[in-house]
Write a protein that binds this ligand. Structure first.
Ligand code: 4NP
Length: 157
């Protein structure tokens, strides 16, 4: 049995590529790479085909994650037939995804931070226009929620 996970943010160049790279890394460590498919997408289409934001790539690299092979794409209605878990970074992304979701979708559509254990936040704050430690905060939240998601999926496999 296998499971598929799609992480979704607005631009697919900061938060969801971070989740994609970190969760992929955790799956490798757990020996589950072959059983869990991972991808990311944006609700917006401005950055299609581009790599992640250089600030995101640099912050992730400091913690040992390589996001450089990832390329942005826009979420589409076909993704609801491809993925079991579609996880939004914030409430605006979730609202857009709910509007796109076909009535027959049987998977899990929700906020990624539902899987976080250590943090009370519900949303991963968008670091794109921010200053300072926004990218570090994204990494902290995403590392913890990824670990929670991994535990959840391990129970299903
Ligand atoms: P992301 O961040 O949703 O975490 O990838 C953003 C990237 C770009 C834009 C907004 C958010 N933008 O408006 O271009």
């Amino acid at each position: 049995m296998s499971v598929s996970v799609l992480f979704v943010c607005l631009g697919n160049i900061c938060r969801s590529p971070t989740a994609d790279g970190i969760f992929r890394h955790q799956l490798e460590q757990a020996g589950l790479s072959k059983r869990v498919r991972v991808d990311s997408a944006g609700t917006g289409g401005w950055h299609i085909g581009r790599g992640p934001d250089p600030r995101t790539v640099a912050a992730a690299r400091q913690r040992g994650y390589d996001l450089s092979p990832l390329r942005a794409r826009q979420v589409s209605v076909a993704d609801f037939d491809e993925f079991d878990f579609i996880l939004a970074m914030d409430n605006a992304n979730l609202k857009d995804l709910r509007a796109l979701a076909p009535a027959h979708f049987q998977g899990h559509l929700g906020l990624f931070l539902e899987f976080s254990k250590r943090y009370d936040e519900h949303e991963v704050p968008d670091p794109y226009y921010g200053e300072g430690d926004g990218f570090e905060r994204v990494l902290d939240l995403v590392e913890d929620a990824s670990a929670g998601l991994l535990r959840h999926i391990q129970q299903r496999l």
